[in-house]
Design a protein around this ligand. Sequence first.
Ligand SMILES: Nc1ncnc2c1ncn2[C@@H]1O[C@H](COP(=O)(O)OP(=O)(O)OP(=O)(O)O)[C@@H](O)[C@H]1O
Ligand SMILES: [Mg+2]
Length: 254
Amino acid sequence: MIIAITNQKGGVGKTTTSVNVSAAMALMGKKVLLIDTDPQAHSTISTVANPERYERSLYDVLMKRGEKIEDIIVRSNIPGLDMAITKISMAKLEPSLIGEIDGHFRLKDALEVVKSKYHYIFIDTPPTLGLITLNALVASNYILIPIQSSYLCLEGTDDLLETIEKVRRIANPNLKVLGVLVTLYDKRTNLAKDVVERIRRVFGAKLFKTFISKSVKLEESPAYKESIFTYAPNSIGAEQYKKVAEEIMHRAKS
Ligand SMILES: Nc1ncnc2c1ncn2[C@@H]1O[C@H](COP(=O)(O)OP(=O)(O)OP(=O)(O)O)[C@@H](O)[C@H]1O
Ligand SMILES: [Mg+2]
């Protein structure tokens, strides 16, 4: 099962969700791979010790330089979680692939050899709808959309849904929206409640039942290269991400 965690809006919790949902699944005994496709490399940096010691990264695999994806998968600091690492070099991918006829299919092709080894493969994507995100959507069975509960959170939704439609039409007819996850939720404010109602009007039953609250612990844990489950196992964030992982397992049965 391959799940892209995507929203072209920046700072909505894609990386936080990728890392903590993957960690929750690994804790539940699943074989999990997290693929970092974002040139910012936030999920690599927040889960792997000294990633600069590795010479090769996802860029080299997607540029078909002879590396297989297995060559850039490393054990992360998070128990049970494998990471396909990215570096800033990934920023060169999109310009390098212009005009390549299989440009959208590089990640899908690269995953063929490893996908049967994992129960779940999550793909953390950059805040754009460019070629990197398209590679993720073409390679995935599902897309999970984190949405920050804020005033402008639905701006850009049409572009995202249009992109999903385009990917279905052209390259991956089976791509489904697994769910929409409300993040950075502050239940004390009326605005947050109002915003969730607006999100619900657009996405209906696609909304996950669990929301992710704003939490300092979730913000702190990446600095220690830990998931919320080791950094603050009794926190609200740990409880919520565990529930989201359970909802994902339930929905992604197929
Ligand atoms: N539930 C939360 N509570 C508090 N802070 C959070 C929460 N979720 C994410 N953050 C913080 O908000 C910032 C953005 O989160 P994150 O990096 O996960 O978003 P992103 O969508 O991956 O961003 P980008 O688009 O830049 O890749 C980070 O500093 C992160 O630690
Ligand atoms: Mg990110």
